[in-house]
Design a protein around this ligand. Structure first.
Ligand code: FAD
Length: 125
């Protein structure tokens, strides 16, 4: 496969990453435990340090200072991430995404129960 140009590769990485992040927050529990909320918060802080595009990571770190992760529920986390993505969109001259369309845009294809994998593991012999 031919190597992608820098801008194309950066955009492709961005698209897949946003897809993963939005899908993750939309599967976060409606009523998380303190531990689940803390896990999500530290995930985003660590993610901002590790994201492979340095310019993007730096930008994201600045945004996190202005808009710290909202980890109290699925709704607050998914709307927070949508707002953050819209801030990145704005800085790149892209259109604002309507955050009331999140549910119809992202489907992980993994069934109705966000805890299915955890439950399956915990009931295994
Ligand atoms: P993307 O922005 O990648 O979005 C993909 C799809 O998500 C869209 O087609 C739309 O269906 C949906 N979407 C759009 N907005 C939202 C939203 N608010 N909420 C939910 N869904 C939405 N690129 C840079 O050049 N400079 C940067 O500083 C930079 N920072 C980034 C920081 C992060 C954390 C990430 C993940 C990416 C960053 N990128 C950056 C990449 C950039 O955001 C885009 O991913 C890339 O330019 C490709 O854009 P796109 O138009 O295909 O749509």
């Amino acid at each position: 496969m031919p190597k992608m140009g820098n801008a194309t590769a950066k955009a492709a990485l961005g698209r897949s990453t946003w897809h993963f992040l939005h899908t993750m927050t939309l599967r976060f529990p409606d009523q998380p435990t303190k531990q689940e909320s803390e896990t999500l918060r530290t995930f985003f802080l660590n993610f901002a340090q590790l994201y492979p595009c340095g310019e993007c990571a730096h930008h994201f770190q600045q945004l996190l200072k202005e808009l710290p992760p909202q980890v109290g529920s699925r709704k607050s986390a998914s709307l927070w991430l949508c707002a953050l993505h819209n801030e990145v969109n704005k800085s790149l001259g892209k259109d604002e995404f309507p955050c009331d369309q999140l549910d119809s845009t992202y489907d992980c294809g993994c069934g109705d129960d966000p805890n299915a994998a955890k439950n399956a593991t915990s009931t295994a012999p």
